[in-house]
Ligand binder design. Sequence first.
Ligand code: TTP
Ligand code: MG
Ligand code: MG
Length: 390
Amino acid sequence: MTRTILHVDLDAFFCSVEELERPELKGCAFAVGGKPDERGVVSSASYPARCFSIKSAMPTARALRLYPDLIIVSPHHKIYSKYSRKVMALLFDSAPLVEQLSIDEAFLDVSDDPLPGKEIAASLQKTIKDHFGLPTSWGVATNKLVAKIASEVGKPEGLVVVPPGEEERFLSPLPVQMLWGVGPKTCEQLDKFKIRSVGELAIVSPERLKLLFGERGLDLIAKAKGVDRSAVASVRERRSISSERTFAADVAEYRVLDRSLRRMSEELGSRLRKEGLAGSTVRIKVRWPDFSTITRQARLQQPSDQDGEIYRAASKLFRKAWHEGAAVRLLGVGVSNLGPPARQLELFSHSWEHDENLLKAIDSIRKRYGPDALRRADSLRDAKRTSDSD
Ligand code: TTP
Ligand code: MG
Ligand code: MG
């Protein structure tokens, strides 16, 4: 059965909330992020700021060099969470299957709804704007992979529909790094073989890609052809992943405890990368021999899926919570606030906005698959129906 999957992502989420709180920011080039003199990074850049190539995960100091008049706003995480919960609550009430992917995005499976996906998306886009004042972009497709890319291509305030059967054609002109799971390393390897667009990847011989990437090579080709069978898993809370270990005998030796933290961080990093996710909060859990348990958490400057970054944060938290000689019964590391990895996003989100060829490709896609094109698609379908009945 053909599925109808919607993907929604709020446009410049932290910035859009700041604009609601401080309307004088509307239309300004500004960024929500850490202070430049404290090695802060940009969390979210307003669309006017993006004209100066300013984007998420970029050091604030560098953003200011690109545009010295850039306004830097300190983040207000509690308020962003409040808005996120409101929007997500609306989404959960609007579809039978909703998977929240990060603070500002979700998949909705509306296959059973008699209304066309485009209409459901347009109506939710309007409701979110009218009720909460927040702009969103929507992608409508037969699977999660294509729906997510469709919403990205239409940003901001886009609504891009990829009709069934059009998946491969839609993806073809886009850069390979827009595919989920194609990070900088894979991208570099593909580049050596002059494979830069999704279309170029889709036509590589499976044998050749298998030689390069093993079984994953075949998965890459399937993705390039727009094939993705993964289900929308109903997840309400922002997910977290964790790993913990109860020692056979209580351990008081720092070297052993630290090694355990490192192993768990490696395990988490690899699970995150496998799922194409990254977390921006690292948490540790320590249970003492008397079963009393403490947890400590820290926010990373940007979402990470890297073993080393997770380990460094966990190790720092542990050193603060532990004192020399204290015995530990159980040790755990967790990562939460999951979303797409910032590193990939740096490539993924908008770096292509300044590449003229890609801009042209995206414009042509918008023309073909955006709301106007849709009308064309509908009329085509009507025309087909007429000829069928002839
Ligand atoms: P995104 O949806 O990736 O970005 P965005 O909403 O700011 O912009 P757009 O979707 O229009 O491209 O991330 C959602 C929020 O998550 C973002 O507003 C701030 C936060 N975030 C970080 O704190 N650090 C990061 O590196 C990224 C990518 C996002
Ligand atoms: Mg967003
Ligand atoms: Mg997002």
